[in-house]
Design a protein around this ligand. Structure first.
Ligand code: GUN
Ligand code: ZN
Length: 441
C-alpha cells in the first residue's frame, strides 16, 4: 500500500499576501464628501494571484484565511494602486528641466531637436527603458505616453513596457507642418503608420494603442481628418492630444483655423472628441468648450508641474470635475519638471489653491489613480484595488524623510498622515512596486 497524501497539501497556485495600511475608494471623492469616499484599513491585506487582485480585507482575517500564501509585510506603509500618469512624453526624458522658455519656443528649442533622434531604434529603446524605470521607481505603473513621429519610437516604448509587464497606452505622434523636416509626416503616412502600429500593438498583452495627433498647430486639416477617420475605425483606442495650454498657442490656432470658433472645434470638426479622448492641459477653456467636453464624454488631463514650469496657467480641477468632465492627472514629462506623481499631486494642490479651491488629499489621490484610469477608460484593469484588477500595487512609506516623518507623527487621521508625503515626498517614499503580481522594486 502506498502512503496516503499528506492532509495539508500545498496549493499549486502561488499566492501573495501584501500587508500594510490600505486606502480603498468606494466612490468618486468629487461627487461624494471626500472623507466618505474611501475606507481605511489601519492593518489590511491584499491577496494577489495570477497577476490579479483577488481579495482585500483586514489583515488578521486574511492571514487566517490564506495561511499558505507568501507574505510580504510593509508594516505601517500604505498600500495603494500604482499611480496612473495620463499624459507624458517619454522621448522628452533627456530634456526634462530645460531652462528659460515657454511652450512654442520650448518645443522648437528643446523638444523637436531631441525628438528628431528617435528614428534611431537603439536610442529610442535606451530612453524608453530609462523612462519606464524612472516611472516605476516613482510608483507609476500605467502611463499614456506620446512617442515621436517615428514608428521606431512606438515599437521601443511598447517593447520596454512589455518587458516590465506594464499596462501602457502610447502612439505615434502625427505632425505634418510647423515642425522640422525630420519630424514631419503627411496625412497618408500618419494614417498608414499609425494603423500598422495599432494593428501590431493594440490590446497585445496590456498595451493600448493611442491615436496621437500632436496638436492642431502641427497638423493640417487633412491630417486631423485622417486621424479622425482612423479613430472612427478603431473607437476602442484612446485618442490623445493637447488643448488650450497657453494663450499664445490659442492665438496661433485661431490664425491657422480661422473658420473654427475655438480650439476644441478644430478637433471636433474631424470627429476627434468623445469617450476615449484625452485632452492634455485644457486650461484656457471657453464655456462652449467645457460644455462640449462634458456632453461628448471627453476627458481632460491636468499637468500641474508643466503648467507652472512653462508658465501656462491655472487649471480648474474642481470646476471641471464638478461639471462631470473626467479629469486625469499627469506629469507631462518633460514639459513637466518631475517624474513623480507625488510631486504632481502636490503641484495640483498648489495650483488649485491659486484658483481658490482646496483639493482634499482624497481627491488628489483619486486623480492620480482611479481618475486617470477612468479618463483612459482603463479603470477595470488599473487604478483601483478592486478584486479582478491587475495586481499593480505600491507600498508608500509615510515617513520617508525626517521632515515628512516629524509632520506625519502629529497626524490625526490617514489623510493628514498622507498629505505631507504628497507635498514633500519623492521616490524615497516608494517602498514597493508590484506590477501584474510581480515585484519590480
Ligand atoms: N503641445 C504640443 N506638444 C507639446 C509637448 O510636447 N509638450 C507640451 N507641454 N505641450 C505640447
Ligand atoms: Zn504633452
Amino acid at each position: 500500500m502506498s502512503a496516503a497524501a499528506p492532509p495539508t497539501a500545498e496549493p499549486t497556485v502561488p499566492e501573495t499576501l501584501l500587508l500594510g495600511q490600505i486606502i480603498d475608494f468606494t466612490a468618486d471623492p468629487f461627487s461624494t464628501p471626500p472623507q466618505e469616499a474611501a475606507r481605511h484599513l489601519s492593518r489590511g491585506a491584499i491577496l494577489l494571484r495570477g497577476g490579479k487582485i483577488v481579495e482585500i480585507g483586514p489583515a488578521a482575517r486574511m492571514v487566517e484565511a490564506h495561511r499558505t500564501a507568501r507574505r510580504v509585510d510593509y508594516g505601517a506603509a500604505l498600500l495603494l494602486p500604482g499611480f496612473v500618469d495620463a499624459h507624458a512624453h517619454y522621448p522628452q526624458t533627456g530634456i526634462i528641466a530645460s531652462w528659460g522658455k515657454r511652450l512654442i519656443d520650448w518645443l522648437e528649442g528643446y523638444t523637436f531637436p531631441e525628438e528628431s533622434r528617435f528614428g534611431d531604434a537603439l536610442y529610442a529603446a535606451t530612453i524608453a527603458g530609462r523612462y519606464l524605470d524612472l516611472a516605476i521607481a516613482n510608483g507609476t505603473t500605467t502611463i499614456a505616453s506620446f512617442c515621436t513621429s517615428h514608428p521606431e519610437s512606438v515599437t521601443a516604448f511598447f517593447q520596454a513596457a512589455q518587458a516590465r509587464g506594464m499596462a501602457v497606452a502610447g502612439g505615434k505622434v502625427a505632425m505634418d507642418r510647423n515642425a522640422p523636416k525630420a519630424l514631419r509626416d503627411t496625412p497618408q503616412r500618419a494614417y498608414d503608420e499609425s494603423k500598422a502600429l495599432l494593428k501590431r500593438w493594440h490590446r497585445q498583452g496590456r498595451a493600448r494603442y493611442a491615436i496621437t495627433p500632436r496638436f492642431s498647430p502641427t497638423s493640417t486639416p487633412e491630417q486631423l481628418e485622417a486621424m479622425g477617420a482612423l479613430w472612427a475605425e478603431h473607437p476602442d483606442c484612446p485618442m490623445q492630444t493637447h488643448l488650450s495650454e497657453q494663450v499664445e498657442e490659442i492665438a496661433w490656432v485661431a490664425s491657422l483655423f480661422p473658420d473654427d470658433e475655438d480650439y476644441l472645434a478644430t478637433y471636433e470638426r474631424f470627429g476627434l472628441i468623445g469617450p476615449g479622448a484625452l485632452f492634455g492641459h485644457a486650461i484656457h477653456l471657453k464655456a462652449r468648450e467645457r460644455a462640449r467636453l462634458a456632453e461628448s464624454g471627453s476627458a481632460v488631463v491636468h499637468c500641474p508641474t508643466s503648467n507652472t514650469f512653462i508658465g501656462s496657467g491655472v487649471f480648474d480641477a474642481m470646476g471641471l470635475a464638478h461639471q462631470r468632465i473626467p479629469v486625469g492627472l499627469a506629469t507631462d514629462t518633460g514639459g513637466g519638471s518631475s517624474f513623480s506623481m507625488l510631486r504632481t499631486m502636490g503641484a495640483a494642490y498648489e495650483i488649485s489653491q491659486l484658483n481658490g479651491a482646496v483639493l482634499h488629499p482624497a481627491q488628489l489621490l483619486w486623480l492620480a489613480t482611479e481618475g486617470s484610469a477612468r479618463a483612459m477608460r482603463m479603470e477595470a484593469e488599473v487604478g483601483t484595488l478592486a478584486p479582478g484588477s491587475a495586481a499593480d500595487v505600491i507600498a508608500l512609506d509615510l515617513a520617508s524623510t525626517p521632515a515628512i516623518a516629524q509632520r506625519a507623527a502629529r497626524a490625526q487621521d490617514i489623510w493628514e498622515a498622507l498629505f505631507p508625503t504628497m507635498m514633500m515626498g519623492d521616490d524615497r517614499a516608494i517602498k514597493g512596486v508590484w506590477i501584474g503580481g510581480v515585484s519590480r522594486r
